[in-house]
Design a protein around this ligand. Structure first.
Ligand code: ZN
Length: 495
């Protein structure tokens, strides 16, 4: 997902020996089969019609691991993307299973690129559910990986590879859950639409072109899900099932101050660098107001049950709590909570002179602004210009925010997720954390589709923080088995 990129790349692991691993030894194969058996050993739910055959979960789990490993071996690093090879891999599997598959937009997206579309038919009495993933992955710095990022290797109960978490792993779980529904003959009221798209990690052209050129293929889609949710494990315990209903809006600005170039030995008021630094200092010291959106309010209220005393009371009514200085200090001391309670601004790019003894003709900076979904863009910019209060500073928008993303929770799909979660854990908390990064969801939301961020995996927070766009991205074998069965149930219950 775009937007995590810079933050996570900053968190590099120490340099380790790079060991290239081939096929897993048979002992590790055995171990992952045992892990799958453990992951799948939950009660098999009842099937309503005798014509349906419940999947053989162990066999399906093994098939999912193999398929995911093969998909991770295809290098779809963006740039250049090379997503077409990934799309053709998926096409071969889908066609073998009797699907009609379309590879789309190859001319519009350029060489080696393309979107994939397929559909499992239901009886059409309800509107469709679309499963969307992106085929591209971010670059990997092999110096910091302990395995080859494109070996699809299984080691110590984990499948390693760039894209395991973001988000080729999800894509294969989407695929296998859909195949399992077809094979087991579960009666469907809703079609299941499978989409694999291009270029999410850079410019989102895959989703943009798809939505622009093929709204007809999406016109009966009521729900769509893709990345942007997550089920974090903290200290060995599942914190919650997180359904992403909202995300921050990325809004980037470029600042320029012009001056007169001259020699550094004679300081001058025409030096643009101190002028820019003064503006940036004002921005850095500016505290954006706190503001609670509906999804964030629900999220804090939901998680309040994990706390006691006054903290529990603060979280249960976060709108009131932000007026209380003690509560406010505590809430904003958490980086994630702070970022979902306000617009944020990070100063990132800075350019002055490229020589120590030269006063440059101009100084420039870029700032990364992330807006809450309901914010007025023009007003935010006007506020910033007022804070800087210097007409010598010229502002230019380099990335306009996408459509605001906030989705309802009173839906069949949300209830299906809650049901599948509570079957696995009667006390499961299903809540709505806001994503601080950006996904393709707003592009689809434009068509009126309810778009959720849903992850089929329960990922330890350390693995998520290090692996997504970082090093040694991996998913446990146990999780793969869990994910395919979880998603199968969610799709079944949403009928
Ligand atoms: Zn992603």
């Amino acid at each position: 997902m775009l937007g995590w990129h810079r933050a996570v790349l900053g968190d590099r692991l120490a340099l380790r020996d790079v060991r290239l691993l081939g096929n897993p030894p048979s002992g590790s194969m055995m171990r992952y089969k045992l892990l799958l058996v453990a992951a799948l050993a939950t009660a098999t739910p009842l099937y309503p019609q005798s014509s349906t055959r419940p999947p053989d979960w162990v066999a399906l789990g093994n098939e999912t691991v193999r398929t995911m490993s093969d998909y991770l071996k295809i290098n779809t690093t963006n740039p250049p993307g090379n997503e077409l090879e990934g799309a053709l891999f998926l096409k071969r599997i889908l066609e073998r299973e009797g699907f009609e598959v379309q590879i789309l937009d190859t001319a519009e997206l350029g060489k080696g690129r393309g979107n994939l579309y397929a559909r499992l038919k239901g009886n059409g009495s309800k509107r469709a559910i679309a499963l969307v993933h992106h085929i591209d992955v971010v670059p990997s710095d092999t110096r910091y990986w302990t395995v080859d990022p494109f070996s699809g290797v299984i080691k110590d109960g984990y499948l390693y590879g760039r894209g395991a978490l973001d988000m080729k792993g999800d894509g294969i779980v989407h695929l296998m859950a859909m195949l399992a529904l077809k094979r087991s003959g579960v009666p469907l009221t809703r079609d299941i639409v499978f989409i694999a798209n291009t270029d999410e990690e850079l410019a989102s052209t895959g989703a943009l072109v798809f939505v622009d050129r093929h709204p007809d293929l999406l016109k009966d889609v009521e729900f769509l899900f893709t990345e942007g949710g997550g089920n974090p494990i903290r200290d060995g315990k599942l914190e919650y099932y997180g359904v992403g209903v909202a995300e921050k809006r990325t809004f980037w600005q470029h600042l320029t101050v012009k001056g007169t170039p001259s020699h550094g030995s004679r300081p001058t008021k025409q030096n643009p660098v101190p002028r820019l630094v003064r503006a940036l200092n004002r921005i850095a010291n500016y505290e954006t107001p706190l503001h609670v959106t509906p999804g964030v309010q629900k999220y804090f209220q939901d998680i309040s049950r994990n706390f006691t005393g006054e903290r529990r009371a603060w979280l249960a009514d976060v709108r009131a709590a932000i007026a209380n200085p003690g509560a406010r200090a505590w809430l904003t001391s958490d980086l994630y909570w702070n970022a979902i309670l306000r617009n944020t601004i990070s100063l990132t790019v800075l350019n002055g002179s490229n020589k120590t003894n030269v006063i440059p003709a101009e100084a420039t900076a870029e700032i990364d602004i992330r807006l809450l979904p309901d914010q007025d863009v023009a007003r935010v910019l006007a506020d910033l210009e007022r804070i800087v209060d210097d007409t010598a500073v010229k502002w230019r928008t380099i990335l306009q925010p996408k459509v605001p993303l906030e989705n309802p929770t009173d839906t069949d799909l949300f209830r299906a997720i809650e049901r599948a979660a509570r079957e696995r854990d009667p006390n499961a908390l299903v809540t709505t954390p806001m994503l601080t990064g950006a996904t393709d969801r707003p592009t689809y939301r434009k068509l009126g589709i309810i778009t959720y961020g849903i992850s089929p995996f329960k990922v330890p927070v350390e693995d998520g923080q290090k692996g997504v766009h970082g090093n040694d991205e991996r998913i446990s074998i146990e999780n793969i088995g869990f994910g395919v069965k979880f998603l199968y149930d969610v799709l079944r219950y949403a009928q």
